[in-house]
Ligand binder design. Sequence first.
Ligand SMILES: Cc1cc2nc3c(=O)[nH]c(=O)nc-3n(C[C@H](O)[C@H](O)[C@H](O)COP(=O)(O)O)c2cc1C
Ligand code: SF4
Length: 442
Amino acid sequence: MFDGQKLILRDIPNLHLIDVYINNGGYETARKAFSMKPDEVTNEVKKSGLRGRGGAAFPTGLKWTFMPKGNDKTKYLCVNGDESEPGSFKDRQIFEFNPHQLIEGILISGYAMGINAAYIYIRGEYHRWINILQTAIDEAYAQGYIGAGMREKFNNNYSIDIHIHKGAGAYICGEETSQMNSIEGRRGYPRVKPPFPAQAGLWGMPTTVNNVETIATVVPILQMGGEAYSKIGAQGHSGTLLYGVSGHINKPGVYELPTGTLLTEIIYDICGGVRNNKKIKAVIPGGSSMPPLRGDEIDDVRMDEESLKKIGTHIGTGGIMVMDEDTDIVKITLRIAHFYHHESCGQCTPCREGCGWMEKILKRIASGNGSSKDLDLLVSICNNIEGNTVCALGDAAAWPVRGFVTKFRDEFEQAISKNKSFIAPNVVHGKRKTASNLVFER
Ligand SMILES: Cc1cc2nc3c(=O)[nH]c(=O)nc-3n(C[C@H](O)[C@H](O)[C@H](O)COP(=O)(O)O)c2cc1C
Ligand code: SF4
């Protein structure tokens, strides 16, 4: 059923149609899983070494074991397709090209954990992909692959319902606990943990949150067996990844490749190299929230969590952002800081105040009013945000800023000194600067 190394973005025309999916072995792996005990299914996922594709690379099988056993409580699965981080655009490929594999993955994961209902949380702007997925769900219901009809279809006692929940444009609703609040119709504020979702999640019931790609990957794992899957890709972070490659490259796009593929192979061989043969100044390997690499650091870098961790960054969502030699690093850092400031939910002080403060300082530097002390201040703010917030948005805001400022300090220094001489008249918004409004601005 699965050929070569494409386990998700399979080269089968019209695979989004249920008949085509079924003719290519679709829903047979769910049947196989239903013939096993739920714990055996979880064990296969544990053996496979699958790690979550939503950003934190948490071991999926282990996460599933946190769910309580027994049928006394309703249990939920949130399938996270919010995908609102700059540089991350891979889950929509699954919605578009292989929605039934996602549905089959939900059936198998749901069976393993005793889930009663799954909510697929989709970024609200994804109108096209919401329509494709809804059609796939409707077709699967109509043919008895979802809902009450499953009992007859699979000759089994298990059934699950699947619903789509559209996001309303807030990046924070990708965070698992604010996502649950959002599904419940509340404001998308992250919840303080503990309790963890497996203890008290959606409507206070045991809940697991997994990324779309994670859940779609469960199908090939059960089909080929956990051990066989664990041999694909890098040790410690097995399988294939959907790498979303963007920026100054000739062939941007989403590519399914084994974990551990060389970053340079992805950029030069698969994506056709850098536009106009320019040199690379920086690469963010896993979406905008991850620490960047300098262009002279990317040789021999392998794209898996263990390899990237060793050099101070992470795989994140596998969103590779390539910046060429002409990129203005100060502007990029400001743009990223603006995003996280805008998206901070404002619930906790280090993130709410720190993100705003960082943006203000970066604006000051970019507009010619910064000083070298500002660079130390930025690093200090990042250090004080990191690890001190309710959710990981704080880290996501701090990591790229600290990474850019420390790795490209010379460019920030240059911006400070160049702009200082350039704006000699010292005029801001048509008003002459005085010592007091300078202080106020800081
Ligand atoms: C601000 C923020 C945004 C996030 N956005 C997403 C997202 O869009 N999709 C996603 O799968 N995980 C996102 N996450 C991670 C989720 O909280 C959660 O860890 C993930 O969905 C778990 O799935 P996994 O174990 O399969 O990776 C986000 C986390 C944070 C802090
Ligand atoms: S870290 Fe930021 S986004 Fe997360 S809860 Fe605190 S203020 Fe909200």
